[in-house]
Design a protein around this ligand. Structure first.
Ligand code: ADP
Length: 183
């Protein structure tokens, strides 16, 4: 978990490699679908380009599908999901069906000023269509309105939330995450 630009993708990929488990990024899955112009991609595009969230039912369908792959049997890491309380409840249901539970909810913390400068820099480098200033602002608003409550949801659940400082070098942050997971 963490606001847009917190470094979830970079850190999530390293963590997944470290544990030898797949990383499921709903953002990456949606971007792939958009590139290959599937029906899913076309539907997702208008939400993504406006900085809005893709509907919960669409996201839950994707997540259920990837979670049922054989490679997910040894555990997996979710990146960019759940982003709404409804998604978190949906995930809990899917997990409970297979008698599974979350091991940890990691939250990368980064200040708003740093986020805006990271994301606007990324717009120039990666050319992501949802990284222009106006869309970045909207994504941050959407984060506050719809995703921050997910942290509240997990704080009140048995798994809790593990906050990890998301500032510093990639290696420093990765070391912090691993330390918190082994603690
Ligand atoms: P970031 O972490 O930088 O915000 P992501 O790659 O995770 O970027 O997501 C980009 C966009 O994809 C979001 O703004 C949203 O439109 C869509 N998206 C990704 N994951 C979800 C999700 N779980 N629920 C709804 N929309 C999502």
């Amino acid at each position: 978990m963490g606001p847009p630009g917190a470094g979830k993708g970079t850190q999530g990929e390293l963590l997944a490699q470290h544990f030898g488990i797949p990383r499921y990024s709903t953002g990456d899955i949606l971007r792939d679908a958009r590139r290959s112009t599937t029906e899913l991609g076309l539907e997702a595009q208008r939400y993504m380009d406006a900085g809005e969230l893709v509907p919960d039912a669409v996201i839950l369908g994707i997540v259920e599908q990837v979670m049922s792959e054989p490679e997910a049997a040894g555990g997996f890491l979710c990146d960019g999901f759940p982003r709404t309380v409804a998604q978190a409840r949906g995930l809990a249901e899917v997990l409970a069906r297979d008698d599974l539970a979350l091991d940890a909810v990691l939250n990368l913390t980064v200040g708003v000023g740093e986020i805006v400068s990271r994301l606007t820099r990324r717009a120039g480098l990666e050319g992501r269509t949802d990284d222009d200033l106006q869309t970045v602002r909207r994504r941050l608003e959407v984060y506050e309105e719809q995703t921050a409550p997910v942290l509240e949801y997990y704080r009140e659940s048995p798994v809790g939330v593990t906050n990890v400082d998301g500032t510093g070098t990639v290696d420093e942050i990765q070391a912090r995450l691993r330390e918190r997971l082994s603690a």
